[in-house]
Design a protein. Sequence first.
Length: 107
Amino acid sequence: MIKRGETEEKQHFYLKLKQVQNRLEEVTLKKWMHPRQLFEETAKGFRKYFDYSVRNNKFIVSVRKNAVSHRVNRMGDSSFFTEGILGLSILVCFMGRRILLKGILGY
């Protein structure tokens, strides 16, 4: 069972987010290029975290703060399970913790 720490996961997410943003801002668009298609191909899984516009053949990229904060708040909320009896016990512990938090703290 491999699980990355929540802090490390956040750092990795922010690093990848910044790399994608920089890659987009470095692009100089040619007349034959389609900005939307290029944006989607470059941003891939990070598309929903950016808004963009095109000025002077360059992407102007802004980060959608609500989408990023929503993603960051969900980090550390998942576990990796193994098959078999051990996996089932991990699932029971995880669900028990969730039920306990929901009942006591109202999460």
